[in-house]
Design a protein. Structure first.
Length: 209
């Protein structure tokens, strides 16, 4: 099952019919996506990472004139009971849950009235919400008037364990949310692990003239 939108994760970026094989064992990197300790992901959440892709850099909105920084992270486990973790930090007032239209941050408790509840993170200024939707656990955080973050974890385990997984996801995110703005504003970065072959990378980043 390919749950990410990245062509590298799907293993088809070289244009061949034979997919690029993900590692058969979890990655041993100490830090995932530039900020998440691998040991914490494993011990606190039980999430083994087999592939990750993250990117940072400046960004702007030509319509509003706003400028700021972005950070995106995709970590793929695809091993029961987890699918992936996605983090999206950007400028604006909207978040975009998977396969759904963009949603104003202030509309979250209305759109997800059955499961949304306010959440706080120690050492992080702002306001946030956590909610569940099917097999997905979401956390949205508004840092200030211009920067918001959406985190998503896909969880395929028993429904009775869902609340516990929400709390574990919160624990993993808490230190990261305090560090992401600084990481996003540092030197622009794009890292994929395992790295695709040069041919696959060219195919993935190439554009038509």
């Amino acid at each position: 099952m390919c749950l990410t939108t990245s062509l590298a994760a799907c293993g088809l970026i070289d244009g061949s019919e034979e997919p690029i094989r993900a590692p058969s064992t979890p990655l041993a990197d100490e830090i995932m996506c530039g900020i998440f300790p691998n040991q914490e992901l494993r011990e606190s959440l039980g999430f083994d990472t087999y592939w990750y892709d993250y990117m940072t850099g400046p960004t702007s909105d030509v319509e509003t004139g706003q400028s700021g920084y972005s950070y995106s992270c995709d970590m793929d486990s695809d091993r029961d009971p987890f699918g992936l973790i996605e983090i999206d930090y950007r400028i604006g007032s909207q978040v975009q849950p998977s396969a759904q239209p963009a949603l104003e941050f202030d509309d979250i408790p209305v759109e997800y009235s059955d499961t949304a509840r306010e959440v706080t993170f120690e050492g992080v200024e702002g306001e946030g919400w956590v909610w569940t939707d099917g097999v997905e656990i979401y956390v949205a955080w508004r840092y200030n008037d211009t920067q918001v973050l959406l985190a998503r974890l896909t969880y395929w385990g028993p429904d009775e364990d869902l609340d516990e997984q929400v709390e574990k996801f919160h624990a993993v995110l808490e230190p990261a949310l305090a560090l992401i703005p600084e990481l996003a504003s540092a030197t622009p970065t794009h890292v994929i692990v395992p790295s695709p072959t040069p041919e696959a990378e060219d195919a993935a980043t190439g554009t038509d003239d």
